[in-house]
Write a protein that binds this ligand. Sequence first.
Ligand code: TYD
Length: 201
Amino acid sequence: MTGKFISLEGMDGAGKSTHIPNIIAMLQARGHEVIPTREPGGTALGERLREILLHENMHAETETLLMFAARREHIDRVIAPALARGAYVLSDRFTDATYAYQCGAKGVAAAKIQLLEQWVQADLQPDITLLFDMPVEVSIQRLATARSPDKFERENAAFFTRIRQAYLQRAIENPARFSVIDANRPLEEVKKSVEYIISTL
Ligand code: TYD
C-alpha cells in the first residue's frame, strides 16, 4: 500500500497556508489518513533547524545543507513511514523550495542541489505539487501587513522575482507533477481551483 505525497509551494505571501485546513478536510472526508507537515521542520530536530534557518544569517550553501539535513530526518521519520502505510502526506514546502530560494534567489548551483536531492531522496518526489503563483508586488503587499517577518520575508522585490521565476521554471520542467494555481484571485476562487485539483487525486 502506498499513499500520496502532496507538496505546497509558492512565494512568501502567496497564501498557500490558508488552504491547508480545507485540503486536509477534503482528503479526510474521502477516508484517507492525512499527515500535515512542513519544511523546514516536520520533526523535533527539523523544527530546531527551522528556528536556525529562519532567523540566523549564514552562507547560502550552509542553508542548503541544513535544509537537506532536516529533509533527511523528515523523510525517514515522517514521510516514508506515512506513505508506506497508505497515508496522504501534505507538506507545506519541499525540495522545490530549495531550488527556488537557495538556487534561484541565492545562486547555489543547481548541480549541488541535485546531488543532495539524489542522496537524500533517491526516487522520492511529491506525487503532486500545488504552486501558488502571484505577481511579486501583490505578495510583497500582503507580507507588509503580515505578522513579524522572518529573514526570507525581509528580502527585496528582486529576490522575490527570482523565486517566482525559479518556481515557474520548475513547473515547466515537471509538468506532470505541478499544478500552477493563480493565487491572485478572490479566496473563494482559489479555493475552488484547489478543490478541483485535490478531487482529481
Ligand atoms: P513558510 O513556509 O513561508 O512558513 P510561514 O508561512 O510560517 O512563514 O516559511 C519557510 C521559509 O523557508 C520560506 O521563506 C521559504 C524558506 N525555505 C527555503 O528557503 N528553502 C527550503 O528548502 C524550504 C523548505 C524553505
